[in-house]
Design a protein around this ligand. Sequence first.
Ligand code: ADP
Ligand code: MG
Length: 321
Amino acid sequence: MPLSEFELIDRFFAGRGPRRADVVLGIGDDCALLSAPPGYELAMTTDTLVEGVHFLPGTDPRDLGHKALAVNLSDLAAMGAEPAWFLLSLTLPSADADWLGAFADGLFALAARHGVALAGGNTTRGPLSITIQATGFVPLGRALQRGGARPGDRVFVTGTLGDAALALAARLGHADLSEDEAATLAARLDRPEPRVAAGLALRGLASACIDLSDGLAQDLGHVLAASGAGARVDAECLPLSPPVRAWIERTGRWDMVLAGGDDYELCFAVPTAQAELAVQDLRRAGVEATGIGEIVAGQGLSITRRGAPLAWSGVGGFAHF
Ligand code: ADP
Ligand code: MG
């Protein structure tokens, strides 16, 4: 017996995941009723994953459940928001119980770790596509934004860059990796860890922040445009995992690192006087941050290596249109 729309919601989504007292009314009515704490602003974001655009057909549904929520939590992290609730809009070619079970497991494992409750959603038939809308809390006026970077600020990124892009290239047969390298990097593509604790730690310290979904060059470019400033980045300082470093040594190609996309790390600016404190606070939150350059007067991003402009394609970042 195929599952009906409502059986599907009941069996895989209703009553699962963390319970929160601020969910006054969850799944089951026309709207969820949610109660926001006084003194906070709501940070809201939504992201869609479309089969064939954001992930390859046949991707493990457990990974998709994780990633669909992770990319939204990454946006909340970039604003310094504490995740609270999410809505799930699923478009499915069929109601496949095995697929749904694995998808929900991946989704709720991450939701539990961040204490974020599923408050509702929508379910339709069509080409596979997953949309999540997530909401978080930020104390009034304290959200991190893209527009606050000032000349003299140091620029940092969390984690390492280019891992997911290299994993994707390997999966598509465009890069040769050893089995070990491929396994390490696959996790970075399929199960990105949203830097939520880092975003919270950066409140009151960072002058600007963004999460890296479309490649450092493009995303740092958004910070620079919003801030009315430029930046100098030293390619030698970019944090790279051993497989990505080896790939660059073999090929001389920096495009994975600068324009690869899917990093889901944070890139932030911080006044020099607070830079050391920011790095220590992030370390306490379990995240390594690396200084990669500085904000300068003017506009645009200049990337140098050993004192000379870096040679790279400059073809930059993911854009749909
Ligand atoms: P309506 O037709 O009024 O929009 P639906 O019949 O689509 O409501 O949904 C019924 C209830 O189930 C609603 O509370 C909705 O938020 C919830 N819901 C639907 N699809 C999902 C889903 N994929 N995950 C979680 N909740 C869902
Ligand atoms: Mg309705």
